[in-house]
Write a protein that binds this ligand. Structure first.
Ligand SMILES: *Cc1c(COP(=O)(O)O)cnc(C)c1O
Length: 445
């Protein structure tokens, strides 16, 4: 009940409970419904169907503002990490407020270019396996920075740059060997991971790169993982990066950029209302202290912390089901729509879209999808207000690594996505149809 109460104070302007009134002068309260900005989620579900991703534009803007504010004292560019949520509508919203982008594939670069060609000069290109084609596309677009992850990639990029006669501005992504205390699948800053170049090797590689006609050394880059809620690993990483920057500057390299990567986590368990300003400030302090005295332009690549809490996945209860001692809610969303619980055993808060007199009654349930795998769940042993078949649930904090990881497993069309901005609603991706799913396949004759 605490969580629900928490939520009713809301995390304005995104998802909060509002009282709905009816009748003459709206005197008669008929219940309390969860809304995204000004729009009741129930109305969105009726109009666009379920499962449905709903995002709040104002929540995204607010989080960007908090980030900007936290770093206001230093020259910086926020390069939103496209992989967290790559919908064109979201990218357009961010491009419109001057945001840069971090892309990890030619496909993500293409999305940014389609939204705003001029945003290329605020794009950093990361990733361990860039192909020649992707490099050439990025060179042609004129991206701000390549984050190079290996010696082989460096020489490949030099070749591509020579061929296109475009100078490639580079940073080496170094591996600081710092543990990030997050899920092992999304921890990237240890020597055992495939990411980055060991700090000890970086200096020599910078020296080699500096002798190449089409490579221009521009910075040092790092990214230690995702969903990191303790700022200490960020501070330790920046200490190591700052040390390297000093060494490189002494060697005569011009280090214009320090790219601190992304990874700032969000509180999925117990999100407190309006509380992004403080973690953003703590994060900024941890990054900035070690960089003091260095004349560099800071690049930041947040993904989850910008869009995560700004999105929810709406789903309806199809069936209530009891197996022995266990109570299940079978809902119409599944692991193909939101895989985080199955993949990372991730926690997502789940709340009913409507609170009524029954909401005081709680029960312990597993919330599961229709897919033929026991791993298809959103919550296990979760205490929830009692909800009936046909009622609407909101799976919160689903704005990052939700839709981007969705699949068509079990031949399930992927959900629609809508962006709410105050009183306006825009469908930013329509629901897939069966024809969409089958279009690329051919029968034998
Ligand atoms: C995934 C990724 C990010 C974004 O991480 P978040 O945890 O979503 O902030 C930033 N930079 C790189 C290189 C990444 O791979």
């Amino acid at each position: 009940m605490n969580r629900t109460a928490n939520r009713s104070e809301g995390r304005p302007p995104a998802f909060s409970y509002r009282e709905v009134r009816k009748g003459f002068l709206r005197r008669r309260p008929i219940g309390t419904t969860l809304s995204c900005d000004e729009i009741p989620l129930e109305r969105l579900a009726e109009r666009y169907g379920t499962p449905l991703y709903v995002y709040s534009a104002s929540a995204i803007r607010e989080r960007m503002d908090s980030f900007e504010h936290a770093f206001r004292k230093v020259p910086h560019t926020i390069c939103y990490s496209v992989k967290a949520n790559s919908n064109l509508g979201i990218l357009q919203l961010l491009a419109g407020i001057g945001c840069g982008f971090d892309v990890v594939s030619g496909g993500e670069l293409e999305r940014v270019l389609r939204v705003d060609r001029r945003a290329a000069k605020r794009v950093v290109f990361s990733g361990v396996g860039k192909t020649s084609e992707e490099m050439q596309a990025a060179l042609k677009a004129g991206v701000m920075l390549f984050n190079v992850e290996s010696e082989s990639e460096l020489w490949r990029l030099a070749e591509c740059a020579a061929r296109t006669r475009e100078k490639a501005r580079i940073a080496l992504r170094v591996n600081p060997d710092v543990p990030a205390n997050t899920h092992p699948y999304i921890s990237t800053g240890l020597q055992q991971h495939k990411f980055g170049i060991p700090l000890s090797k970086a200096r020599k590689l910078y020296a080699q790169a500096s002798g190449t006609k089409y490579l221009r050394i521009a910075g040092v880059s790092v990214h230690i993982g995702s969903q990191i809620t303790d700022v200490q690993p960020f501070a330790l990483t920046m200490e190591r990066v700052a040390e390297l920057v000093r060494v490189l500057q002494d060697d005569g390299h011009r280090i214009q950029y320090v790219d601190a990567g992304g990874g700032l986590g969000i509180d999925y368990q117990d999100p407190s209302p309006q509380e992004f300003a403080r973690p953003a400030a703590e994060y900024a302090a941890a990054l900035l202290r070690p960089l003091r005295g260095l004349k560099v332009h800071l690049l930041l690549e947040p993904g989850r912390s910008i869009v995560g809490p700004a999105g929810a996945l709406l789903t309806r209860v199809l069936y209530r089901k009891t197996n022995g001692p266990k109570q299940f809610l079978v809902v119409d969303a599944a692991m193909n729509d939101l895989v985080r619980p199955s993949l990372y055993d991730a926690y997502h808060e789940i709340v009913p879209a409507r609170l009524d007199v029954n909401s005081a009654r709680h029960e312990t349930v597993d919330v599961v999808g229709p897919i033929c795998e026991s791993g298809d769940f959103f919550a296990r042993g979760r205490e929830l207000p009692v909800v009936n078949e046909g009622e609407l649930l909101a799976i919160l904090d689903a704005g990052a690594y939700g839709m981007v990881l969705a699949s068509n497993y079990n031949t399930r069309p992927r959900p629609a996505e809508v962006l709410v901005d105050g009183k306006s609603v825009k469908v930013i991706r329509r629901r897939e149809t069966m024809d969409d799913l089958l279009r690329l396949e051919t029968r034998l004759s």
